[in-house]
Design a protein around this ligand. Structure first.
Ligand code: UT7
Length: 336
C-alpha cells in the first residue's frame, strides 16, 4: 500500500460512443484534404460524432450505467461523482450533476467536474484515489465525456480531422482485499505553454466599461508544438511512473495511451520496446475522444480480445493545460 492510503479497487469500466460515423472521405466535402493525408499523419480513418441534441451527457450516462453494472456496486451506494470533461455541455450545472440526475441517484452526494482536458481520466483517478485513500468516500463514479465535434471549427482542417466524441466511466471503490489497483500514478501540468491548445468562453463586458476583445469559441491547437512537447516530455515521465510501480516495463502487460495520434503512440511503443500485441490503439475508428479515449480503449481492447483481464496496464495521457499523467493499474477479472 502506498503512502499509508487505503487501497483502491477498480470495480467497473464502461464506455459509450455516438452512432454517427464521419469518415475521412466525408471530410473532403468540407475542405481540401484526403483520406491518405489524414491517415498517414494521424492514424485516423473515421470518428463518431453527436447528431441533433445528443450530447456528452447522454454518452456519459450510458458509459456510467455500463461501468456501474460491471462493478456490481448498487447505484445508491455511489457516494461521489467526479466528471472530467474538456468542455461540458453546460458549465453549470456540471456534467457530474447532470449525470447524477439522469442516473437517478437519490442521495445528496457530491458531484463535480474537473478540467484537465485529455488527461482528465488520469487526473480524476488521482482525485478519487485521494478521496478513497483518505477514507472520505468509498464508491466513486468517474466519468470522462466530451462532444468535441461541437467545438471544433469545421473549416479548420488542422483540428477538425482529429477529434471524435465519446465517454468512458470507471467505478472505483475502497479495496476489500488490501490490494491496490493503482500501482503508481502521477499527474503534472505546465501552464506556461497553455497556448498550445486552448478554447475561449467568450463573453461581453458590462456596457458601462471598456469592451473586452471579441473571441471565438473554437478549439485552437498548435499541432506541431503539441507533438514535439509530447514526444520530448512523456518518455522520461512514463519511465518514472513505471519505476514507482515496482514493475519493470516488460512486466507490464499493456500500454493504453491517450489516443491522440498514431505516430505519438508508436513513439511511446518504440521507447518501451513493446511488441504490437501490448499496445492498445483504436484511434483509427474513434479519433481523439479527449479524456474518454483511455477507458474506451480499455473496454474495446477487452471486447476485441486484445486485452486479457487479470493483467496490468500502463495508462498515459496529455492534453490542454498542458497537462499530462500516467498510471500503472491492475485490470481485474470482470471489470468490463
Ligand atoms: O489531445 C490533443 C492533443 N493534440 C495532438 O496530439 C496533436 C499533435 N499534432 C498532430 O497530430 C499533428 O501536428 C497534426 C496531425 C495536427 C498536423 O500534422 P503536421 O504534420 O504537424 O502538419 P502541419 O500542421 O505542420 O501542416 C503541414 C501541411 C501544411 O501545408 P503547408 O503549409 O506545408 O503547405 C498544412 O496546411 O499540411 C497542411 N495540412 C493539411 N493538408 C491536408 C494541414 N492539415 C491538413 C489536412 N489535409 N487535414
Amino acid at each position: 500500500m502506498q503512502n499509508n492510503y487505503k487501497p483502491l479497487r477498480i470495480a467497473g469500466i464502461g464506455y459509450s460512443v455516438p452512432d454517427t460515423v464521419i469518415t475521412n472521405n466525408d471530410l473532403t466535402k468540407l475542405y481540401d484534404t484526403s483520406d491518405e493525408w489524414i491517415y498517414t499523419r494521424t492514424g485516423i480513418k473515421e470518428r463518431r460524432i453527436v447528431s441533433g441534441n445528443e450530447s456528452a451527457v447522454d454518452l456519459g450516462v450510458e458509459a456510467s450505467k455500463n461501468a456501474i453494472e460491471k462493478s456490481g456496486i448498487k447505484i445508491e451506494d455511489i457516494d461521489c461523482i467526479v466528471a472530467a470533461s474538456s468542455v461540458p455541455p453546460q458549465l453549470y450545472p456540471s456534467l457530474a450533476c447532470h449525470i447524477q440526475a439522469y442516473l437517478g441517484i437519490p442521495n445528496h452526494i457530491p458531484a463535480f467536474d474537473m478540467t484537465a482536458a485529455c488527461s482528465g481520466l488520469i487526473y480524476a483517478l488521482q482525485v478519487a484515489r485521494g478521496l478513497i485513500g483518505s477514507g472520505l468516500y468509498k464508491n466513486i463514479l468517474i466519468v470522462a465525456a466530451d462532444n468535441n465535434s461541437r467545438h471544433v471549427d469545421w473549416s479548420d482542417r488542422g483540428t477538425s480531422i482529429l477529434f471524435g466524441d465519446g465517454a468512458g466511466a470507471m467505478v472505483v471503490t475502497a479495496s476489500e482485499d488490501d490490494v491496490d489497483d493503482v500501482l503508481s500514478l502521477d499527474i503534472k501540468s505546465d501552464g506556461t505553454i497553455g497556448h498550445y491548445i486552448y478554447m475561449n468562453t467568450p463573453g461581453k463586458n458590462c456596457p458601462l466599461v471598456e469592451p473586452c476583445d471579441e473571441l471565438d469559441s473554437y478549439i485552437h491547437m498548435a499541432g506541431r508544438d503539441v507533438y514535439k512537447f509530447v514526444v520530448t516530455t512523456l518518455p522520461d515521465f512514463i519511465d518514472d511512473c513505471i519505476k514507482q510501480s515496482g514493475l519493470s516495463a516488460e512486466e507490464i502487460d499493456y500500454l493504453v495511451p491517450h489516443q491522440a495520434n498514431q505516430r505519438i503512440i508508436e513513439a511511446m511503443q518504440t521507447r518501451l520496446n513493446y511488441p504490437d500485441e501490448k499496445v492498445i490503439s483504436n484511434i483509427e475508428y474513434y479519433g481523439n475522444t479527449s479524456a474518454a479515449s483511455i477507458p474506451i480503449a480499455i473496454v474495446e481492447g477487452v471486447e476485441s480480445g486484445k486485452i486479457k483481464l487479470g493483467s496490468t496496464a500502463l495508462l498515459c495521457g496529455f492534453g490542454a493545460g498542458m497537462t499530462w499523467g500516467a498510471a500503472v493499474i491492475r485490470l481485474r477479472e470482470g471489470i468490463c
